[in-house]
Design a protein around this ligand. Structure first.
Ligand code: ZN
Length: 251
């Protein structure tokens, strides 16, 4: 069965203009919806996509706000961690939180070492961002961590080869498309604040055409990136998403 992965970043009790922030109460309703749809999937929801949940960056709200909701609903999510920020950067999880997530049955993967766009890295930087990040994460968790998500969703052929060489078994993108459970490259739909629950249910029904339309829009965005270049695109992105971060493109 095909799965559609949703991508979250930060949760807050109160909403924010920054579109990558989702209200915790909103997240709880979305998890409830996903859970009901997943339950249906096992009893045969023919032709529908199975929802799955991922988080990028390792924000402290993943532990403080998301974990209790997931535990209450007995749902599992996949958390991708910017390994060099762990225990180093205010507002992000430390090793204690990561180990607690892992002990609670949540999945943990890597999201680079410094969140640098991998397409901008030379061979030595790629090794640090990919191989060192995986080894550090595995050392910190005492468990294998063979999955990663691409900072800013950026990749090319060279980056993907480096991911394989660094020992990853699965790479998560920021492209809205459904994927097989064991796919090498996994598509994800970015969740922003204020998404409508009924619309999210429609996205999980390929017959509605909503996901196909999102995929087409994303391809156009790809064209804009290559025409504008990374610097101009990042400026436009911050403007559109009301970003509070100085870190550039948040995904
Ligand atoms: Zn990110």
């Amino acid at each position: 069965m095909q799965t559609l992965h949703f991508l979250y970043h930060e949760l807050r009790d109160e909403g924010s203009d920054y579109s990558y922030v989702v209200k915790t109460s909103e997240f709880a309703r979305q998890i409830e919806l996903f859970k009901s749809l997943r339950a249906d999937a096992h009893t045969g929801r023919a032709g529908k996509l199975n929802p799955a949940v991922t988080f990028d960056d390792g924000h402290i709200s993943n532990y403080e706000q998301a974990l209790p909701v997931l535990q209450e609903q007995a749902m599992q999510a996949h958390f991708f961690i910017t390994v060099g920020w762990t225990g180093q950067r205010d507002g992000y999880m430390g090793w204690q939180e990561l180990r607690a997530l892992h002990a609670a049955g949540q999945q943990i993967g890597a999201h680079g070492w410094t969140h640098t766009l991998l397409t901008h890295c030379d061979a030595a930087q790629l090794s640090k961002e990919l191989r060192d990040a995986r080894l550090k994460l595995e050392d910190g968790l005492g468990a294998e961590a063979p999955t990663m998500s691409l900072p800013g969703g950026r990749y090319n052929k060279r980056v993907l080869e480096a991911c394989r060489e660094a020992g990853y078994k699965q790479v998560f993108m920021s492209v809205p498309q459904a994927s097989a459970e064991d796919a090498w490259m996994v598509g994800r739909l970015n969740v922003v604040g204020g998404m409508d629950l009924q619309w999210m249910e429609k996205v999980l029904d390929p017959a509605s055409g909503v996901l196909a339309s999102l995929e087409r829009k994303d391809k156009l965005k790809g064209v804009a990136k290559s025409v504008l270049g990374d610097t101009m695109y990042a400026r436009l992105w911050r403007l559109i998403n009301h970003s509070e971060e100085q870190a550039g493109e948040g995904a």
